[in-house]
Design a protein. Sequence first.
Lengths: 198, 198, 247
Amino acid sequence: MTPPDEVMRAVEAVLFAAEAPLTVQEIGSHVGAGDIRAALYALADDYGPRGINLVRRGERWHFETAGDMAHFLRRDREEPRKLSRAGTETLAIIAYHEPVTRAEIESIRGVQISKGTLDVLMEAGWIRPAGRREVPGRPLTFATTQAFLDHFGLASRRDLPGIDDLRAAGLLDPVDLALENAVSGENEDEVESDGDKV
Amino acid sequence: MTPPDEVMRAVEAVLFAAEAPLTVQEIGSHVGAGDIRAALYALADDYGPRGINLVRRGERWHFETAGDMAHFLRRDREEPRKLSRAGTETLAIIAYHEPVTRAEIESIRGVQISKGTLDVLMEAGWIRPAGRREVPGRPLTFATTQAFLDHFGLASRRDLPGIDDLRAAGLLDPVDLALENAVSGENEDEVESDGDKV
Amino acid sequence: MLEATADDDDKLELDIEGWEGPLDLLLALARTQKVDLREISILELVEQYLAYVEGARALKLEVAADYLVMAAWLAYLKSALLLPRDPEIEPSPEELAMRLQLRLERLNAMREAGARLMARDRMGRDIFPRGNPEGLRTIRKARWQAEIYDLIAAYGRVSARTRPVMHVVAQRPVMTLETAIQRVSAMLGQRVDWATIETFLPADAAPGYRKSALASSFLAALELARQGKVELRQKSPFAPLYLKGTA
């Protein structure tokens, strides 16, 4: 990089401070006397190997960051976030019932799902569109992905506990009965087995 | 000007693209590995003779046009609103004495400061409240900001014009302290010469 | 700029509004002595100030109270400096004079510092940042987290919420009236003596089921009594209820 002369310094400063690319004429109107064009080519050479380049776009000149620096200007930052209750329930329904339409998910959940919920699951890479169901309206269905299995440490969807397992684990207790059991306490086990007998 | 290495190129590009001055840490978060500080000093050297300079303002670094390029750049730009005399003096007192209370500012100026004066400086982003002084009444103190350093082109408060001389001359000490020093120290000469004049 | 104002005698005479307080006026007057502030004559300065304020009043300009307070104080200082020393008076007039001189020095120092600050190459006036920066972007990506337990529990919760009726019926331990009538009729046929109703209940029933069986068996006893197939006996309310077949 040669030591810049005064015209080069002025051209450099004017282009740097400019809010838009400038023509040779516009630069000249700021800098005054001097060979603007020669200064521009000398500067373009100087900046060639640097992180900043002086480039010509049509009739206008401007500074820009070098093309191979783009990845430094963009920084990805990952922030861990816990999946919401709606998201977890929706994901569970898809996993147990796939392929499943949005309407079916809503009917199983008994609550409408917001668009954002499916977006989040899609963004997480856990669900994917899985074709359309051949019924009126041809609704889209959803299914889980390999990333879903990986994240939850499952070899396949068959590893998900079945309904009977869930019941045995007390995870299928209807809300009111579960509450009753929690209150009465001691008879939890008996009620379970009696229920089966009756 | 040495050919830039990859860290220098990256630092150069990041600072060039940034919309505001950046700390070494912020630069590092974009650039990744490498000695950011060494790259900054090398770049500051490279750009020293150019129309664009790399400068440190407080803890932050940025590119700006060289001071002697002002006459090429000033045209058709609006002059920033001129600060009143009261505003200028108040800003100087805060900068040279910070942190400083309103009462201390008033005692140096010998006049009350109108509410508007501090507001204008605050609005310009040049001063900020800097905690309370632990004396009766717990008065609020004021200090200068990063934007103050940016605007007046100061790397740090140590670069305030003449601050070392003022401190050495005791002109940043309160009157009471200065009076004590004058009386206890070289008071023979002082009193005599003063006496003559009076 | 400041000097220009101070040197302009006409303006000095007339424009009291232009001063940033009495200390500012004193400083401007001190500078007319054209010596270092350390060398100024305080007495001369006092004279200048008093003359200035008098001049303003003669022109019927309104003089703000703090200028008059300063004038009074300076008049006192002047007489104290001129009169023979009274060692009893503290602080001494010399100290007061010096205090004034120190204050003027400090104000002057800050005024000059302010002027030097303003004369620097200033951002947006002399120095410019890049006019059109590309900007740095930080793209925040969420890394979504959920545990397998959360997933399974969620499914259990959904299932429980949406199929409550089925489960409530299945889970509730109930002995129907028909079952009770059959049981009680059958057991009566095998017995000849009075027996409490409790002996008609399943022996190893859980408490919940036992309650249901008791209620159903009681209703069954009433129904069988109505049909004349059983006699009932009870001494008093809540006393044991005895049953005996009629056949």
